[in-house]
Design a protein around this ligand. Structure first.
Ligand SMILES: [Zn+2]
Length: 411
């Protein structure tokens, strides 16, 4: 199975958004291989996000050929059908033909394709993308019925699923043919205060929006304070945090240091809206023991009360051990302390309440440890899989600049 997807990386200092196109192949044993590709990519970095006006969507694999390569379409913008493109699983483009959409893979690596120029023609191409014939009076409907019977077709692969960017879901919603098995909103982006970042029709919040708020907290914690350029708190308090936090966590492991944690955070940040995510909750635990209780529930059930409202006691949940740091948030709790109060200057999101939450979540991403593991390491009075706000409160102390003289034990 092949997934084509787009990740959007915001360069932490400049705020420049860079689209990264990827192809992920999952073999029959479930092993995933991901390679970056430039196939279908037509736009470079942008200050305005990887939204549809600024970034072309990832190449769409439609058919797999007998040799394992693919034929799909590479759109140049959200609403424009791109050229039919043959490419390998490693992302290398083999050939490209404008104005056709692939229908059926044929023996010898050829393809039958429908014209998208309005002529209604159906055309055959050989393995190198050369036109070899023309067929008439064949509707898409009949082709679909034949899709498993002609030539050496060995597989019709799913259309791409959105793994990182919500605008793709809008495009697929307009397609009549949709083989996507996975939901389209597993990784919903936080709402931005810039229209170009959001799906069409989104209501714009004032700046900073939720997306800007948490990015500013991330920058102040790990990169530099976006408000005044002062050094990141993990730099300012680096030796203090090494001594008081990471020395306790390392347990003899020389790879677990404050500077290694900072390096991990600098590799990137993927924040999503947990209140709307349909991703399976099982992605949030590194421990199979807990998996069995999670069933097929969506991540959003972690963030919503029984009546479907954002849960005031739910702040964030992280995919453990994943690079870059990948966190689902309750944006309604941004800027608040664990008691639900905004008790500090908001500073466009670069405040200690958000940073403490990120510090906590960052440890899950960096260490692949769950809450009870961290609570035990920090000798917290309460060890609880379902309430870990004591970790956020404990960690907040280490982010005060300059560092405090004494540390309150974890409650
Ligand atoms: Zn936690």
């Amino acid at each position: 199975m092949l997934y084509s997807w787009l990740a959007c990386f915001e360069y932490p200092v400049s705020g420049l958004d860079t689209p990264q196109y990827n192809l992920t192949t999952i073999d029959k044993n479930g092993n995933a291989t991901t390679v970056p590709t430039s196939t279908g990519a037509t736009n470079g970095p942008s200050y305005y996000g990887c939204g549809p006006s600024f970034t072309s969507p990832p190449v769409q694999p439609v058919l797999q050929r007998a040799d394992g390569s693919y034929i799909g379409t590479a759109s140049t913008s959200e609403y424009v059908q791109g050229p039919m493109t043959a490419f390998t699983a490693s992302g290398q483009q083999l050939w490209s033909q404008p104005n056709y959409t692939p229908q059926i893979a044929t023996a010898g690596g050829g393809v039958i394709a429908a014209s998208t120029s309005g002529s209604g023609q159906t055309v055959t191409f050989d393995q190198n993308g050369n036109q070899t014939g023309q067929m008439v009076n064949m509707t898409t409907r009949s082709w679909r019925g034949l899709a498993y019977q002609i030539g050496s077709v060995n597989q019709v692969v799913p259309a791409p699923t959105l793994l990182a960017n919500s605008f793709w879901a809008v495009q697929n919603a307009n397609q009549s043919t949709n083989y996507v098995a996975a939901p389209q909103t597993e990784y919903p982006q936080l709402v931005s205060c810039y229209a170009a970042d959001n799906p069409p029709g989104a209501t714009l919040p004032p700046c900073p929006g939720p997306r800007q708020t948490i990015w500013n907290a991330y920058k102040a914690l790990a990169i530099a304070n976006p408000n005044d350029g002062s050094p990141a708190v993990l730099v300012t308090n680096g030796s203090f945090i090494q001594e008081k936090v990471f020395a306790q966590l390392a347990n003899g492991n020389a790879n677990i240091t404050e500077s290694a944690f900072l390096d991990y955070l600098k590799k990137g940040f993927s924040p999503y809206d947990g209140t709307t995510s349909t991703a399976p909750k099982a992605i949030l635990t590194a421990h199979p023991f807990w998996n069995r209780f999670l069933g097929n529930d969506a991540v959003s059930t972690n963030f919503l009360t029984a009546d479907g409202k954002p849960d005031p006691s739910a702040f964030a949940a992280t995919e453990p051990g994943v690079t870059p740091l990948t966190v689902f948030f309750n944006p309604y709790n941004f800027n608040k302390d664990t008691g639900g109060q905004i008790n500090v200057p908001i500073n466009k999101g670069a405040n200690i309440n958000n940073m403490a939450m990120l510090f906590h979540e960052g440890l899950h991403g960096f260490l692949n440890m769950d809450d009870p593991g961290l609570q035990t390491a920090f000798k917290c009075e309460t060890v609880d899989q379902f309430n870990s706000l004591n970790l956020t409160d404990y960690l907040k102390q280490f982010l005060i600049v300059p560092p405090p003289q004494s540390i309150t034990p974890c409650k």
